[in-house]
Structures are given as C-alpha cells and as structure tokens.
Design a binder for this molecule. Structure first.
Ligand code: PLP
Length: 397
C-alpha cells in the first residue's frame, strides 16, 4: 500500500508558503507530480492552487483544490480549449502554431475579455542545466517551448505571460543560470507592458534541506522588480517529497545461477516506473522488530508505531535482487543487502514514494494495485481506496 503522511506534506507546504511570502510570488502544486486529491484540504491553505497538464488535471484542480488553476499542455484540441476557457486562470501554449490556431476562439471568450483568463507562451531559453537528458526540455530539437529565434518578430497580441520549465530536482543556482538566459533572450519581451506574469515552472527542490531558499527569494524578487510581472512557481516534487512510502510483501524467495531473488507484491514497472525510467535506486527498509533497533536517522518517511526499520545496503551476505510480480524480465528494483535472510511474508518499505509514483501507476499484467492510505497527525490510518478486479476490467473497456 501507498501510505501518505499528512504532517509530512504540511511540513513541506509550510516551507513553500514561507518562500512565497518572502518572495511575494505565487506558488502552486504541479498535479503531474502528486494528485492525491483527498489530501488537497490539508494543502489548500498554504498554496495558491494547482498547475495542470491538460483538461483532466485542470478539472481535478477546480473541483477539489478550488483555488487558481494554471494550465499548460504541449498541445490542445478544440474541445479542450473550449472547456478550459470556462475556468482556468492561465492558459499557456507550447508553440506559436497552437496559439495562432486557437487565438480567435480565446480572444472572443467573455472570460478573456474580462481579464479572468490570461494566455501565455512556453519559451525554451536553450539553457540546459540538468544532468539527465530525458528531463531536459532545452536539449537541441526539443519539442517543448518556443525559442527566442522562433519568437522574433511575432505578433503577440493577446499574450500576457511567459512560462519556462527547464529544471529537474535542482538548486537555485540552476535557476540563476536560467534566468540569465531568459533575460538575454526574452528580456525585451518581458519589459513590454502587455506582459504581466512569468511562470518559472517546476524542478525547484525547495523543500530539500540543502536547497538555497534565500537565493530563490532574491531571484524571484529581482525578477518581479525588473520586469514588473507576477512570478509563479509550480513545483510538484517539492510538495510531496519525503511524505510517502510504498509498503510491499515478499511473495517468494529463490535462487538462480547463484543470484538470490525476492519477488515482491509490488512492481517497478507498474508502481514505481521512475526507478526504471530515470533510473534511480530507492531506499528500502526491512521491517523486523526482532532485530536490534536501527539508527533513528535512517527511517522511512512514514513509520508505524511498534515497527523497527533496517535500511538495506549495497553488499553483504544477504544480497537479493528485488523484483516485481510482472512478466517483464527487467521488472527489477535493484540489488539490496539485508541484515538477515528474507522470508515469504516479510514487509519491505520503499521510501519517498508519494511523488511521480501514484500518478504513474498502471494495471499492467493485472497486478494488484496498492491501496492508498493516509497517516494523520495522531498516527491514525485512513484507507482512502482499495482496488479490485473491477478497476482492472474497467480500464480496458
Ligand atoms: C511544465 C511543468 N511544470 C511543473 C513541473 C513540476 O516539476 P517538479 O515536480 O520537478 O517540481 C513539470 C514537471 O515535469 C512540468 O513539466
């Protein structure tokens, strides 16, 4: 099961609120990273709303967060634009061809005429600062955003915002580098009176202990003052980082050509695809109260009273390749060393599994989908949803 800690989420949103108040900017939750909508009542007070990747996320934001909705998608169709014009506050377009296609439809809408709906363009400052090409929207030939060269000389009547999203799990030094590129390539646009907002996207690791928040506040303040625009930040990961775990059961242990395997009730490909896509090695804990207590610092994001957690290492006598219950040969979470032999029925806890996990799960192979549980401040657990055969069947027709 996925277990999400409400106090841990609120620890993050309190930090984010502090930043936005100090920088006098707006900050929304990126639903693409975390969209467990039954937690929204606990987040709503600290944040300004949500950013959506399209109509469905925008509807979730409007119906359940009930604050600002900012929408950006690489491409919209007519029906989506018509529906979004009814309630989104920002509608940002990825290309000039998309904007030109929908411009008349949007400009004629009463909400645009009254100023309730503002339109923006995603720009590509062509400034790569990240380490992972898969997460680099500034790579040469990227389909995400408009370059300064493409924008030169364009008629931008009706546009009042620019939007960039170029970071991924980065500190504010990368934002500083990016803002210098934005100033050089797009500063002359932002200085025009028609521009009222700049959206700096997500990828800001604001709630990590080592993140330089003072520099973020300084950069946002400088940007606001330089261009006279409202600044928006839209982190996903920073809202939900270190707030959830995925608990798994060991279903089988076996050996093949000297390699020890443990087959788990959860799958990398179906439940934690970023482990394979990014890729990265998650922290895993064995739950065992009979072993001597582990270091208190090495604890998962969500603990249960009476449980004792042992962080798996990289080498040792009890080294297992942890795999999922699907047919994919590569449905493997990595090799992890435990303080004793694993047994069928053992519980393993995968740490930091709230963001970019629950939003990406699939029912591949008809594997049982983990239930979704909240942990409240008093330690009590609330099961929000359990999944069954009907959920699997209904996805397919
Ligand atoms: C346009 C946009 N905004 C915000 C985000 C959220 O980024 P993160 O969860 O890394 O903060 C993303 C992530 O891909 C994005 O594409």
């Amino acid at each position: 099961m996925f277990v999400i800690s409400i106090p841990a989420l609120q620890r993050n949103t309190a930090i984010l609120r502090g930043v936005k108040e100090a920088a006098d900017c707006r900050l929304v939750l990126a639903l693409k990273g975390f969209a467990c909508w039954k937690t929204f009542p606990y987040l709503r007070e600290d944040l300004d709303g949500c950013c959506a990747s399209g109509l469905w996320e925008a509807r979730l934001a409007r119906n359940h967060f009930q604050k600002h909705v900012l929408t950006y998608s690489p491409a919209y169709d007519e029906a989506e634009v018509a529906a979004l014009c009814e309630f989104t506050q920002h509608l940002d377009f990825n290309s000039l061809s998309q904007w030109w296609r929908f411009r008349d439809q949007v400009l004629a809408h009463p909400r645009f005429r009254s100023g309730e709906l503002l339109c923006g363009l995603r720009i590509n400052p062509e400034c790569s600062t990240g380490a992972t090409p898969m997460y680099d929207p500034c790579a040469a030939g990227s389909r995400l955003g408009i370059t300064a060269g493409q924008l030169a000389g364009a008629d931008l009547t009706g546009i009042s915002g620019l939007h960039f999203h170029t970071l991924c799990e980065q500190n504010s030094d990368a934002l500083e580098t990016t803002l210098a590129a934005v100033e050089e390539k797009f500063g002359h646009w932002l200085r025009l009176a028609q521009f009222t907002y700049l959206n700096m996207g997500g990828g800001h690791w604001i709630t990590q202990p080592f993140y330089d928040r003072e520099r973020l506040v300084r950069l946002v303040t400088q940007t606001r003052e330089r261009y006279g625009v409202e600044v928006w930040l839209e982190p996903g990961e920073a809202v939900a980082i270190n707030s959830g775990v995925l608990r798994a059961r060991v279903m089988d242990v076996m050996e093949s050509a000297g390699q020890r395997h443990a087959i788990l009730s959860i799958s990398a490909t179906a439940h934690m695809p970023d482990v394979l896509e990014m890729p990265y090695r998650p922290d895993v804990f064995l739950v065992d109260a009979t072993l001597p207590a582990a270091q208190p610092a090495a604890q998962p994001a969500v603990c249960f009273a009476g449980e004792n957690y042992h962080l798996a290492g990289t080498s040792g006598p009890w080294l297992y390749r942890l795999g999922g219950p699907t047919c994919l040969a590569g449905d493997v979470l990595g090799e992890f060393a435990f303080p004793r032999a694993l047994r069928v029925g053992d519980t393993l806890v995968f740490d930091d599994m709230a963001h970019y996990t629950m939003v990406k799960t699939t029912l591949f192979n008809g594997v049982k989908h983990p239930s979704i549980v909240l942990q409240h401040a008093d330690g009590s657990l609330e099961t929000l949803r359990e999944f069954g055969y009907e959920d699997f069947k209904n996805r397919l027709a």
